[in-house]
Design a protein. Sequence first.
Length: 283
Amino acid sequence: MKANEVIDIVGYLQGRGIRLWVDGGWGVDALLGIQTRPHADLDLAVELADRPLYEAAVAERGYAFMYEDGPMNWVVEDGNGRQLDVHLVDTSVELVDDDGGRIYGGIPYPVGCFEATGTINGVVVPCCTADFQMVSHTGYAIADTDRSDVMAIHRRFGIPLPDIYRTDLPDHQAFRRNGLAMLISMLLLVAAGFALSDNFGRWLAEVVPGMPKGCGADGWESAPSLLLLYAATGAVVWVRRHPSRFKSERFATSAALIGLSVLVVLGTFVWLLVTGGWGCVMD
């Protein structure tokens, strides 16, 4: 389901007087204000009293029943493979769950979880709160998409990670996603550090009193070289902590870890060519 298709169907349903809130993956992206990953369907919380209106409206748009997960939750699909996953909620009824929390009737959404708005393609839509999104991504087997959603919410809103995601992060799937990019960037940064350490430090030693000069291992003690590597690392960390500013978390990872590393290495070689500092490197 694409962003423009989400806006189209949400606007159509709202135009029919149907009260709804965007949930699921699109609900997360609405809160973030940017699409962070592809979405197979659109999850909607719909007011129970508006069920007849909803069923008539989706039928008019060519959606047909696929399967249900209970009387309050079912999925419909149109001829182009676009799916709507509806969850009926009765906000006129408040109950108390086994843990003492206040919930609505129908699908047991927590009271107050529909008080947020977000944007999809710049269009404001009603959606579930960030706190609810964090809690709702627990209690089942975690997929990569769940991990992506939870980490994006955590970074943007500072909401603590659920325990399951704290213990889940170091597993093989997380390493599989980012490990190769991290390894490549580390190797490139180390290579840049070797090339820059003596030459950059030696150049500054000519203009700044007290700077170390000479070739060899002492070059690693050059403060300018270390500061350069620290700055590059800091840029990587910043980009990784703000994935919602990019098209997707995976795009942010590759842009930060590989792109920045390549720029550092290219900059190193350009500087060496301009200054003629190959002698120390080649020795």
